[in-house]
Design a protein around this ligand. Structure first.
Ligand SMILES: [Zn+2]
Length: 162
């Protein structure tokens, strides 16, 4: 139980929030709620008046501002990491897929390199590459990396048909 509602006589309901991370001593007593509030109401009132704190309604747990970031709950809008499967940075770490897609798109419009007319792939190879790109687009559907793969597959297809 992380919340203590004082039942003591008085004009206010005092609520003490305590962090549920094991070993964390942080507690907070927000502005007291009016006495007429129910325990439940007083608890949510206290949570609303605890800036930086996060509450996980599933686990019924509270987190102090320091631990709020590691908490998984609707109060935090942390984006789950999206590491690349094979692409790595210079230190050997996976890249963020969105950042990688942006990087690749930028490379597409890089006009510094002279274009050559020579055919890099046979039509059959280009078609297989397009299918592989579509497969990649299916894996990362809804992400910018998937959208990039789909765009390029479409471009290749147009080339093959034309
Ligand atoms: Zn804490």
């Amino acid at each position: 139980m992380s919340i203590h509602v004082s039942k003591a006589m008085g004009s206010l309901r005092r609520v003490v929030l305590s962090c549920d991370v094991v070993g964390c001593p942080v507690q907070l007593e927000p502005e007291a709620a009016e006495r007429w509030r129910s325990d439940l109401d007083a608890r949510s009132w206290a949570r609303e008046h605890a800036p930086g704190w996060s509450y996980d309604p599933v686990g019924q747990t509270d987190y102090c501002p320091t631990h709020a970031q590691s908490a998984i709950g609707p109060a935090t809008d942390a984006v789950p990491p999206q590491p690349t499967a094979s692409a790595r940075d210079q230190s050997g770490n996976p890249l963020n897929r969105d950042a990688y897609a942006t990087q690749l798109r930028a490379r597409l419009t890089d006009g510094s390199r002279p274009t050559e007319d020579s055919q890099v792939l046979t039509f059959a190879e280009a078609e297989v590459v397009a299918r592989l790109l579509e497969e990649l687009a299916g894996v990362y559907r809804g992400e910018s990396l998937g959208a990039l793969a789909h765009d390029l597959a479409t471009r290749l297809d147009r080339h093959i048909v034309g």
